[in-house]
Design a protein around this ligand. Sequence first.
Ligand SMILES: *[C@@H]1O[C@H](CO)[C@@H](O)[C@H](O)[C@H]1NC(C)=O
Ligand SMILES: *[C@@H]1O[C@H](CO)[C@@H](O)[C@H](O)[C@H]1NC(C)=O
Ligand SMILES: *[C@@H]1O[C@H](CO)[C@@H](O)[C@H](O)[C@H]1NC(C)=O
Ligand SMILES: *[C@@H]1O[C@H](CO)[C@@H](O)[C@H](O)[C@H]1NC(C)=O
Ligand SMILES: *[C@@H]1O[C@H](CO)[C@@H](O)[C@H](O)[C@H]1NC(C)=O
Ligand SMILES: *[C@@H]1O[C@H](CO)[C@@H](O)[C@H](O)[C@H]1NC(C)=O
Ligand SMILES: *[C@@H]1O[C@H](CO)[C@@H](O)[C@H](O)[C@H]1NC(C)=O
Length: 470
Amino acid sequence: MEFSSVNALCLHLISLAFQRCRLSEQICRLSVILNRSSSSQHPSVQISISDTGIGSCLKEFQDLNFSWGGITEKWDGMLSVNTTSISDPEIYNYQFSLKENRSSRRINRLPSYQKNGAKFSGTEVFLSFAQSLDILLADVRSFLQKMLILRIPNIALQLVAEDSDVPGSRYEKVFLANKPMQSPILASNLQHLKSGFEEYVLTHGNSLNSKCNSCFPCWEHLKVGSGRACCSETELVMEAVIVISNVSKDNSTCLRESGDKTEVMYFKDFSPCTIPQSSMKALKSVGWRRYGLNLTGTAQQDGRALLEWENLPTDTQIDIVLHSYHQQTMIRAPRKESQTGRNLVKRAVKLSLDDLKNKHAGALLSARATKICSYAPDLGKTIAGLILSSNDLEFQGECLSLLGLQSQRVGAEIVENRIVQRIVSVIEMNDKKDQKTQEAAPFLFDDDRLREEEFQENDEGDYNMTALGD
Ligand SMILES: *[C@@H]1O[C@H](CO)[C@@H](O)[C@H](O)[C@H]1NC(C)=O
Ligand SMILES: *[C@@H]1O[C@H](CO)[C@@H](O)[C@H](O)[C@H]1NC(C)=O
Ligand SMILES: *[C@@H]1O[C@H](CO)[C@@H](O)[C@H](O)[C@H]1NC(C)=O
Ligand SMILES: *[C@@H]1O[C@H](CO)[C@@H](O)[C@H](O)[C@H]1NC(C)=O
Ligand SMILES: *[C@@H]1O[C@H](CO)[C@@H](O)[C@H](O)[C@H]1NC(C)=O
Ligand SMILES: *[C@@H]1O[C@H](CO)[C@@H](O)[C@H](O)[C@H]1NC(C)=O
Ligand SMILES: *[C@@H]1O[C@H](CO)[C@@H](O)[C@H](O)[C@H]1NC(C)=O
């Protein structure tokens, strides 16, 4: 990775601090302080990024590649780093210049400070460059908000910005991932991602500070599905979360920047990043049609990946997040990674679509099932007519009891509705199965519990088949 703007480099330095926090597995604070001052010759913003995570091994700074070609900001290329690990007796201070090439970069070691027996660890990085405080603040804020989607429970993020020439300009915000009750510290990464992403959707892609009740009249009814695919060979994991929401579009403040399109958020190794081409391709090859979705195109705009749909119901909004990481972050196995990565995207997305479909009756029905469902009312009326017009009371009673109705004196409408419900639920049940294994359609008049069990067995069978088929 090569950084060609100081803003992008700052975001990367924040991401490095976030990883040091994450790996510490202790309660950790990450502070970003932006301070603009014109007192020196050139007005500049001083940036301090500090964390109480594990100390830095410096390699992460030595390895930085900075391209000076197109840089518009005024920067001397200097990074100052103070760092200490829990077992170090002192705080080490270093300086180095990114103007020097990576291979020949020298590290200037400054006098260190004794910790006098105190036990703590952490890192602080300073740099200073000429940039508009507003632009930098906006970039950093939206980056931290993206980080928050991961909901790593041990990390608190703090952002402070001040223009020391403007009295009262101090801005401060604390972002906490661990909202009590919602994400217990032992929950999996995927559970955290799920809850963080729901929050993201409900705050409109974080353009709002709190959940927007007027845009989500029934926000507790978000439909959420998640899936996790991994590949033992490379220890690579792909997690996906899909949220389908019903956003009131009467209110223009409820519209997203991306409109009806789906923005796919991408995280790699616990850091927001642009989606790789291979993952975009994988998204295109997901069998969306089986879920009644008609993908008409994909686009990449300003580093954002967009999916375009056709025939999406007016108020429907689909949001997707993908997170790819190595189960043991220290081990890298780049062999065949893009190939397996592509399959993993496809599988994780499919698993989350299936999960959503299983949890929400009537969601993500294929176009075919939707069409068949549209015949259900007529069919229900006809069958109800046949039953109720029969002179054979024993037959009638048996039909009604199979439909779960007690008395023979129930109205035609109730019988009809019950039959329609049964037909629709059978269609939905069939639609959840892979098309390959659809020979044996369940019976209309059948014991629900038996069918449920049978269905679950089939479902697992299907999944294994797909996994092998991939
Ligand atoms: C910098 O470039 C080298 C060589 O291309 C690469 O190995 C290294 O990972 C890059 N550093 C970062 C932080 O991306
Ligand atoms: C910004 O710098 C000024 C002058 O050095 C200092 O007084 C102020 O406390 C700093 N603000 C922050 C948020 O660190
Ligand atoms: C951090 O480093 C800076 C300069 O590199 C130094 O002035 C400062 O005293 C250091 N802070 C600590 C706590 O060691
Ligand atoms: C760094 O490397 C580039 C080519 O890779 C070269 O053009 C440039 O002169 C080098 N700069 C320094 C300071 O060594
Ligand atoms: C979506 O919300 C509108 C009202 O805002 C409602 O009329 C419609 O039935 C809802 N659709 C779904 C699928 O919940
Ligand atoms: C539109 O949404 C905003 C943000 O939630 C809300 O403050 C405003 O009252 C809404 N306007 C209407 C007309 O519903
Ligand atoms: C999906 O889009 C294609 C291309 O626009 C169109 O031909 C097709 O009829 C659409 N299918 C559905 C089910 O909407």
